[in-house]
Design a protein around this ligand. Structure first.
Ligand SMILES: [Zn+2]
Ligand SMILES: [Zn+2]
Length: 388
């Protein structure tokens, strides 16, 4: 999608690195490329941006996972609180100065505090909805209709909050910018930083005649139905973020996101192990010894498997590429069938006679069916056997 370098490469780390590795790598590189030690060298600044972006994503477990799965696609920066990510390093303010535009304009203008930028926009809150899917739907992916309640721009005032355009006035404190400037001295010298105008809560306007339909809020609650592509390979409790489908705060806001929490219904026969599917099949002693054919349930429907003669308890049969389709869609997992040999506990007299005959033929000592009565005799027979 972009000419961006891989985040792990940027930080000089391998994909299986720990959170601690990520922090240490960033700390080390930030010391080298920090604008403060490079006299504002634009190349160092670019480098600093690059490592900071990589750090912001990889230091956030959810975002790191998203990046590992989808790379640069999707809203990687959405939901990251950059200010708090970097305040730990003392870069909170700096981040706004350098990255306000980079991330702010595309993802959330709540970070665009760069001097002279346009009116601050609010981002509406996220809406959380649960969606339950079947085991098979999780394995292959599914399109789901999701219905939920959400705040949408008021159709009466078009989200502008006032009855008419004349019912709205520019805030006199911030002159419509939604922000007030404050001069602060920092280790980089004197900086103008901005904060939200308290008079208009950053909207830049004062509503004089509120819209009657929405009581001047600019939004109303509606029922919305959207179709969501749930990717293959999702796990129980995974969350999908659907950008821009959350609550609106009116025309001057950007809507929040819809967070879809996925619940995967357990399957009676099939269990998941990574991208593999596991099932346990009971076979009888005779089937294990003589071999058989079985019809078993797989993700792709019923499938015939061949049990070879002399199969031991706990042995497994691997059905290649019959498992979960992973999130990246590349290589399907396998279906592993574990064979559990069931020993019968409900033999009738005929069956007992047959088995006794079988044991006799192999010289195996077996219980004659009168253990309660001949307890001592039975065990003394055992002793005899062990003595030899
Ligand atoms: Zn309205
Ligand atoms: Zn104001």
């Amino acid at each position: 999608m972009s000419g961006k370098r891989d985040y792990y490469e940027v930080l000089g780390l391998s994909r299986d690195c720990t959170m601690n590795d990520i922090k240490q790598a960033y700390r080390k590189l930030a010391r080298i490329y920090h604008p403060d030690v490079n006299n504002g060298d634009p190349q160092a600044e670019e480098k600093f941006k690059e490592i900071s972006e990589a750090y912001a994503v990889l230091s956030n477990e959810e975002k790191r996972r998203q990046y590992d799965m989808y790379g640069f696609s999707g809203n990687l920066f959405d939901g990251i609180n950059f200010e708090s990510v970097f305040s730990e390093f003392g870069f909170g303010d700096l981040f706004n100065m350098f990255f306000g535009d980079t991330f702010g304009s595309r993802y959330s203008t709540s970070y665009s505090t760069r001097q002279g930028s346009t009116r601050k926009m609010f981002k509406g809150t996220d809406v959380y909805v649960e969606a339950t899917i079947s085991f098979k739907e999780a394995a292959f992916g599914v399109k789901k209709e999701i219905e939920y309640n959400v705040n949408e721009n008021c159709p009466e005032c078009k989200g502008k909050k006032a009855k008419s355009d004349s019912g709205i006035a520019t805030c006199s404190v911030c002159r419509g910018t939604g922000k007030v400037s404050v001069s602060r001295s920092t280790f980089l010298g004197s900086l103008i930083t901005t904060s939200t105008c308290q008079n208009c809560q950053g909207t830049g306007v004062i509503v004089k005649e509120p819209c009657e339909k929405c009581n001047g809020k600019g939004y109303i609650k509606v029922k919305r139905k959207i179709s969501v592509d749930i990717p293959s390979g999702v796990n129980d409790n995974d969350s999908l973020r659907i950008s821009g489908q959350g609550n609106s705060l009116g025309a001057s806001s950007i809507p929040g996101d819809l967070i879809l929490n996925i619940k995967v219904k357990p399957h009676l026969q099939l269990k998941r192990d990574g991208n593999d599917v596991v099932s346990i099949i009971d076979i009888s002693f005779a089937q294990a010894a003589l071999g058989t054919k079985l019809n078993i349930e797989t993700l792709d429907g019923n499938e015939e498997i061949y049990i070879k003669p002399g199969t031991q308890p706990g042995s497994k049969i691997v059905l290649k590429s019959r498992g979960i389709v992973p999130l990246n869609g590349y290589k399907r997992g396998d279906h592993i069938v574990y064979l559990n040999v069931k020993i019968p506990s409900d033999l009738n007299e005929d069956e007992k006679a047959l088995l006794k005959k079988y044991a006799e033929g192999r010289g195996e000592l077996v219980f004659d069916g009168k253990i309660e009565q001949n307890h001592n005799n039975f065990f003394s027979n055992f002793k005899k056997v062990f003595k030899n």
